[in-house]
Design a protein around this ligand. Structure first.
Ligand code: NAD
Length: 530
């Protein structure tokens, strides 16, 4: 396929001038030709510029510059140093929006200066909701599994926005801190549908959902339920589920049994690093953060400050991430071409200092890149070559630059549900004993539609019944439910607020949750022991 020939800069990254103002975006031509695109490029910190330079060199040698150019953007340590706590300039954000694609190197998160992880910031800002990571046994990368002849070829799809990564945390009492775990139905739908679509595209016939729905029955229960709902639209793909702790054991014992895993954010974060360990570590684990409009492709490892500037870093993770970018935009043939050259290079024993046969001398970053470029056109002998079918080639260059949404959008799964108020949970900062607290709370709800139904501490019921062995901390949940004879839906939220007001006269109320039924089904969990 012929495209508009564009020169991709392979000058050292340090000599690429980052764009510094939004008007530079006029440099990005309109995407009138489907075979042309611009990718925002953030080289990163530490070893980032070195490995990025190596990757751009290989892409250029493989002819990718015929289809793609790169627009350097300013992000990372230099931006943090200027006092911008997001670590990315406005101009860079506008450029990334315009391109719809970002290839980034690792970036430093400043310690203790209020600067947030730029990686998390970018994923959230651009709603890159699916973190896609592939793990494959590579020749020349020795692991206990490769030595045992066990071949690993696995994809992990991790939710990227929600869960505890919302970072919603509060100190509730002297001794208690809370992190809210948020799981939504549309967020889970988006992710699970993306996973099944990807499985279909990759020819994977079984997808597993990893979860902890046996304990977190509502949050992980919802994630699992939406996974099963998504599976119904992909009948040719089998859907299984596995509790995440058992999954970790299975991955260590028999990793080859899994081809694709789908997980909520925190569990997915942990499991995907475990999977990286199975194939030789983070240096061999590429990553894509996929959104409907904007997607980010990045190496998973950090900035490796201990080896930065020495020219010895391994560019494989970033190279594999750039191949995910090529595949994302339809350049499957080019991606296969480069991946085969990488496999031949690894097969021949050429390695950087962080892996491979230590009896053979290692090469530097650029010599490793040149070795790959020299092998373009060759196919590996000891592992299957990456083959692109004619059908897939026909789909080349399927990328269209995204339209900018006109404003924040509401994504919804459930509508027209009838809800009814049935009580409230009030969270108190108090050193009272359960019995003394119960007496106070019974007095507070006199002459209201509510009765005191339970008190729990760290999720364990301590009133009306409990165990003498339960140790309490200075933070209680007090549950009030409708008195007998008062039907759900007959009182409104304001009556719970009035109760709260009365309690606040004598206690520190840390927070409050409304108890509601949704279409008659209880919308809250029971306490342990209730
Ligand atoms: P790290 O991944 O940078 O380094 C851990 C070890 O792995 C070091 O010994 C390093 O030399 C080695 N290593 C990492 N990548 C390598 C490569 N490509 N080739 C050869 N060796 C490699 O982890 P860290 O030291 O915990 O973090 C350093 C910095 O990176 C921190 O500021 C952290 O916040 C940041 N970080 C960024 C990302 C990201 O941008 N995606 C991810 C993780 C850490």
């Amino acid at each position: 396929m012929e495209g508009v020939a564009l020169t991709m800069s392979t000058t050292p990254i340090s000599t690429i001038t980052p764009i510094s103002h939004a008007s530079s975006l006029t440099d990005i031509p309109a995407n009138t030709n489907p075979s042309y695109m611009t990718v925002a490029l953030a080289p990163g910190d530490g070893i980032g510029p070195e490995i990025m330079h190596a990757v751009l060199f290989i892409l250029d040698k493989a002819g990718v510059s015929k289809y793609m150019s790169f627009q350097p953007v300013e992000a990372g340590a230099s931006v943090f140093a200027k006092g911008e706590t997001r670590g990315v300039t406005d101009a860079a954000l506008t450029a990334i929006e315009s391109c719809g694609l970002l290839l980034k190197g690792p970036m430093e998160t400043p310690k203790g200066s209020g600067g947030k992880s730029i990686n998390v910031t970018l994923r959230k800002l651009f709603n890159a909701y699916a973190n896609l990571r592939t793990f494959r046994t590579l020749p020349g990368v020795n692991t206990v599994y490769s030595k045992a002849g066990i071949n690993i070829d696995m994809t992990v799809v991790r939710e990227n926005i929600e869960d505890t990564y919302g970072g919603v945390e509060h100190r509730l009492s002297n001794d208690m801190i809370q992190c809210k775990r948020l799981i939504s139905a549309p967020g889970s739908d988006q992710l699970c549908r993306y996973a099944f679509k990807t499985a279909r595209a990759l020819g994977i016939n079984k997808v597993y959902c990893g979860h902890k729905a046996n304990i977190m029955k509502m949050t992980d229960g919802l994630f699992l339920e939406r996974f099963r709902a998504a599976a119904r639209d992909f009948p040719e793909i089998e859907a299984g589920d596995v509790i995440v702790d058992a999954l970790c054991m299975n991955l260590v014992m028999k990793p080859q049994q899994y081809k694709m895993l789908v997980l909520p954010n925190l569990q997915g974060d942990i499991v995907s690093d475990l999977c990286a360990g199975l194939v030789g570590g983070l240096g061999f684990a590429p990553s894509a953060n996929i959104g409907n409009e904007i997607s980010i492709f990045e190496a998973v490892h950090g900035t490796a400050p201990d080896i930065a500037g020495k020219g010895i870093a391994n560019p494989t993770s970033l190279l594999l991430s750039s191949l995910m970018l090529l595949r994302h935009v339809g350049l499957k043939q080019q991606a296969a071409h480069i991946e085969n050259a990488l496999l031949v290079t690894l097969e021949s024993g050429i390695h950087t200092g962080d892996f491979g046969d230590t009896s053979k001398p290692s090469v530097g970053t650029m010599d490793f890149a040149k070795a790959i470029a020299d092998r373009l056109g060759q196919t590996p002998k000891t592992v299957p070559a990456v083959v692109v079918s004619t059908e897939q080639q026909d789909g080349d260059m399927c990328y269209t630059r995204p339209a900018r949404p006109s404003g924040p959008r509401m994504i919804r799964t459930f509508k027209n549900i009838v809800t009814s108020v049935v009580g409230c949970d009030v969270y108190l900062d108090t050193p009272h004993s359960p019995v003394a607290l119960a007496e106070e709370m019974k007095r507070a709800c006199q002459d209201t539609p509510f009765k005191l139904s339970l008190i729990s501490n760290r999720g364990t019921q301590v009133w009306p019944t409990g165990s003498v062995y339960t140790e309490c901390v200075d933070y209680y949940r007090v549950r009030f439910e409708l008195k007998d004879g008062i039907s759900a839906g007959t009182i409104g939220q304001s009556r719970t607020i009035a109760l709260l007001d009365r309690i606040a006269e004598g206690f520190t109320v840390c927070s409050y949750e409304l108890l509601r039924n949704f279409d008659g089904i209880r919308g809250f969990s029971l306490a342990q022991g209730q």
